[in-house]
Design a protein around this ligand. Structure first.
Ligand SMILES: [Zn+2]
Length: 363
């Protein structure tokens, strides 16, 4: 016995409408790209499709001189029979979808690609950083910056977090007593890139498409994401800054290098504004920025830095992370600070013991 489906009749007009506009809707499909498509690729695809459609529209526009009304009224040259077949296919698809659990079927398209950049990172410390740490881990126990699950308890929340309690090379630290040497410059190779923004419950994070790299210590690392802390986690000779941006890079072997950009209150920061512009309305949902970001503009002019070996500053606190803390702070406006403060008044891990670690700094 199959009981009649009350949803289907109501869907028919929608489906018909969708078919009629399907010719013009393709550019928008990039926004609901599948999980394996990076923001950059999706943006490129959208641009390519838009360009292709523009091109495709040209030959049609020429004969429209003779019959402009007809051309405008019939944007898609599809036979009735073809239309009927497509409609049947869509109805079949809708029926199939109704056998799936409702929440998944109803989730807006843009939510499904949440895991994209994080998933692309692989089962490395970066993935841990993004998933269990700064990301929205499913099974990860609750950790926080104060009260229950606060930093003093991180190491006991689950065995994978034990380094948070017992590690000897943890971050952040108060950077002082650095050895001044001629440190090689970090070779930044950044270019405008598509990105998504997520409020993962611990910070605001931007996940980037591929193509941004740094070279340092004979290794090349790719920028995968950046996020913010307020106030700055690292201190310089005891001084804490209003905020810090952590630019998380990974090399092909999974080693991490984090560039820290300290931030003071001052003039408006155009790249921070780009991120704020795409803040999602809901936590743990990712939104794609309509505008690419140029990470060169996230960096201060002076690229001299402090460097030391440390850890992730969020569970699981994995060690072996190369820290590159730029000396010159960037600036962001009081309004921009207030936006983040409203979401995260305090999301900085307390200072960890330097334990005699070597700290070097550019002359
Ligand atoms: Zn961080």
């Amino acid at each position: 016995m199959t009981r009649s489906n009350p949803v289907l009749p109501r869907l028919l007009p929608v489906l018909l409408g969708a078919l009629l506009i399907s010719g013009t809707a393709q550019a928008g499909e990039a926004a609901s790209a599948p999980a394996h498509v990076s923001p950059a690729k999706a943006a490129a695809k959208a641009a390519a499709q838009a360009a292709a459609q523009k091109e495709a529209a040209k030959p049609e526009a020429a004969p429209a001189k003779e019959a402009p009304a007809a051309a405008a009224a019939a944007p898609a040259r599809v036979s009735d029979e073809e239309l009927r077949q497509r409609l049947e296919a869509r109805i079949a698809a809708v029926r199939a979808a109704q056998t799936e659990p409702k929440p998944a079927a109803r989730k807006p398209a843009h939510v499904r690609k949440v895991a994209a950049p994080a998933a692309a990172l692989g089962a490395t410390a970066v993935a841990a950083h993004a998933a269990a740490g700064h990301g929205a881990g499913h099974a990860a126990p609750h950790w926080s910056y104060g009260g229950d699950g606060g930093p003093a308890e991180w190491g006991k929340l689950q065995s994978e977090f034990s380094l948070c309690g017992s590690g000897k090379r943890q971050s952040p630290i108060d950077i002082r007593g650095g050895v001044k040497v001629d440190l090689e410059p970090i070779r930044f190779d950044y270019r405008p890139t598509g990105f998504n923004v997520i409020d993962n419950g611990h910070t605001v994070q931007a996940n980037l498409g591929s193509g941004n790299t740094i070279e340092v210590g004979g290794r090349r690392y790719e920028l995968v994401q950046f996020h913010f802390h307020r106030p700055s986690e690292e201190r310089i000779n005891g001084r804490q800054f209003e905020m810090v941006a952590h630019l998380v890079h990974k090399d092909p072997e999974g080693r991490l290098a984090v560039v820290a950009v300290l931030m003071d209150q001052g003039k408006q920061h155009p790249m921070v504004q780009l991120v704020w512009n795409s803040l999602p309305l809901e936590k743990k949902e990712e939104t794609m920025s309509p505008v690419p970001i140029d990470m060169n503009l996230m960096l201060p002019e002076d690229r001299r830095y402090y460097t030391y070996m440390g850890s992730l500053t969020t569970p699981p606190c994995s060690e072996g992370v190369l820290w590159l803390v730029l000396k010159q702070p960037a600036q962001l406006s009081a309004e921009q600070l207030a936006v983040f403060a409203k979401l995260y008044p305090m999301n900085a891990r307390p200072i960890q013991q330097a334990s005699g670690r070597m700290i070097k700094e550019s002359n």
